[in-house]
Design a protein around this ligand. Sequence first.
Ligand code: CO
Length: 170
Amino acid sequence: MEDGSGGRCVAPGGGLVSGKRLRGSRLSQFKCAAENTLTFTIDHLGIAVKSLSAAKSIYETLGLTASDEEVVEGEQVRVAMLPVGESRLELLEATSESSAVAKFIAKRGEGLHHVCLRVPDLNAIVERLKQDGVRLVSNEIKVGAGGHRYVFVHPSSAGGVLLELVEGGH
Ligand code: CO
């Protein structure tokens, strides 16, 4: 949104928040934060399953169509994606007993495994998380299926949720 000041981030409402008028740097911070949230989306929800074909059937009965299955060697999983609006469900079946998904199912049974947010600038965000002492599952950004760059935030730093972050623009 333009405010005539050179195209910086601008929020609607002229900076009025809860009846208080923000000024100066606080105002531009708020404006940019409000605009940045538009570039974050829920990319997918990851669901750990024992059998892709068994797990897919409920969604196909609903009328959704699963993508072709793909093996992600690095994570020892076979994946099927189900597009849901702008987001997706990611069904994950372990390809080995040492896979994190196999361990998850052994411990907790099938179910919601992770939440994945698409973020605008993964390098900058990972840097910020590290500076803030947030625990990442792996300190390096990995490259997954389709060349997507991603990291996982450990559940101990994210309210018990395994949080995947992928870079936007795909
Ligand atoms: Co995922």
